[in-house]
Structure formats: structure tokens, C-alpha cells
Design a protein around this ligand. Structure first.
Ligand code: SF4
Length: 232
């Protein structure tokens, strides 16, 4: 929970603020780019949200901040509840962004794929009652694909709750030593007709990406968007 006594001076005056516990993970800037900016070594509120969509995005950022560094001078519980209910946030074709990024993975994004042969979780959000209940309503989790050792977060808890199979590469297995499926070598592994697991050693020796339906590529930290150059 954010502390107004630690409110950064770089915030513009107004209701939303970032405090000094920010780890500069970029999550808020991705979710609410109209309101949050990188200023110095932290994020800060550079524009107080005004419109309904801006305020909604700012509450999404507040809830998803992995260290609870975003606060409000006056909280609106109904708006916060609406933002909570917006996660997992639909992207396209049964793919959603989970929200609730974990400090354990330095705020890495995680995703849900709803699939008739069993749902997939891509990396792990915080273990949270809200997400567990949503996942239960949508048929549970059958597979948890771990892109690399840094982003396993609470995958063990989700695996235990749902009986899900965690998938990780041999070279990163120390981060999830009880994982149920270990990928070896650098060959592509096909699972069903829709999923291709592709080892991409580099960022870590065991980094992998997941290609879904030849359309969605879940890259972990193998690729990174540079907002300054607007390129990968
Ligand atoms: S989401 Fe939280 S920790 Fe990450 S940059 Fe924003 S304020 Fe900082």
C-alpha cells in the first residue's frame, strides 16, 4: 500500500501519486501511459487522469503495481472494484493479460490463454483470490509455460491449486525444480496443433518463447520494446 509520506516530488499535484518504493518496472507506464512517466529513477504521475478511461487505467495500474507504490489521496472503492473486475483483461482470441504483476518477477507481465484442450498460464501473476476464482470459472489451468527462470513468481501455487503442468527449460530448471515438464535442447516442441515451444537461449540459458496459433508470440524477456526508439 502506497504511503503519502513517501510521495515523490516528481508527481504532479493531485489524487494519484507514486511513492519512493517504486522499483521502476514499467508496468504502470504500459497500463496507463497517459498518466505515468519515467522521471529519473522512478515512475511518477505526470498527468492526473481526468476522463473515465484514464481514471480506469490509473486504477488498473494501482492494482497491478507489484510493490503497491501507487496511491490515491482519496480512493474511490467502486472504481477500484471495477478495475479489479477488468482482470484478466481480454486481448484477442481467448488471450488475456492477467494483471497483478509480481514483485518476485520484477513486475513481469503474465497472460492467460483459454483453450478447449485446457487453459494455459504464461508466466505467473501474484497468487490472488480474485484471479484464482476467475481461472476456476473459466475452466482452470492445465499448463503453466515459464519463459525463463526470472518469471516463475507464484507458479508453484497456481500449479498446486489447479494440478497444472509447469513447463520450463532444463537450463533454467533450478527456478522451478519440481516442474512437471522439462524441455531439453534447442529443438521446437509442438503441443497439439496450436502451441510451439521454441528455446531461445540468450537472456538466460533456458529462455523459451511460446508461439500460439502462429499469431501470438509470448517472449518473456527475449524481446523488449524500447519506448524511446519505438523499436524492439
Ligand atoms: S508499476 Fe509500480 S513499481 Fe512499477 S514503475 Fe509503476 S509505480 Fe513503479
Amino acid at each position: 500500500m502506497a504511503d503519502r509520506n513517501k510521495r515523490l516530488d516528481s508527481n504532479i499535484p493531485g489524487n494519484f501519486y507514486v511513492d519512493a518504493t517504486c522499483i521502476n518496472c514499467d508496468t504502470c507506464r504500459q497500463l496507463a501511459p497517459a498518466s505515468f512517466e519515467e522521471i529519473g529513477r522512478y515512475s511518477a504521475v505526470s498527468h492526473q487522469p481526468v476522463s473515465g478511461p484514464e481514471i480506469h487505467q490509473a486504477y488498473q495500474a494501482l492494482l497491478t503495481c507489484p510493490v503497491g507504490a501507487i496511491g490515491t489521496e482519496q480512493s474511490d472503492k467502486a472504481l477500484a472494484q471495477t478495475a479489479m473486475g477488468s482482470f484478466p483483461s481480454p486481448i484477442e482470441d481467448g488471450v488475456s493479460y492477467c494483471g497483478f504483476n509480481s514483485e518476485k518477477s520484477f513486475g513481469a507481465n503474465s497472460f492467460l490463454i483459454e483453450h478447449p484442450d485446457g487453459n494455459w498460464l504464461i508466466d505467473s501473476p501474484r497468487y490472488l483470490k480474485h484471479l484464482v476464482e476467475v481461472f476456476e470459472r473459466r475452466g482452470g489451468i492445465a499448463h503453466i509455460f515459464l519463459t525463463h527462470q526470472d518469471d516463475v513468481a507464484d507458479s508453484d501455487k497456481y500449479a498446486a491449486h489447479f494440478g497444472a503442468k509447469r513447463i520450463i527449460h532444463r537450463a533454467d530448471v533450478q527456478a522451478a525444480s519440481t516442474a512437471e515438464q522439462i524441455i531439453e535442447g534447442e529443438e521446437t516442441t509442438q503441443i497439439g496443433s496450436d502451441f510451439q515451444i521454441i528455446p531461445v537461449p540468450g537472456h538466460t540459458a533456458g529462455s523459451m518463447v511460446l508461439l500460439y496459433r502462429e499469431t501470438f508470440l509470448f517472449t518473456g524477456d527475449h524481446l523488449w520494446w524500447n519506448p524511446h526508439t519505438k523499436s524492439l
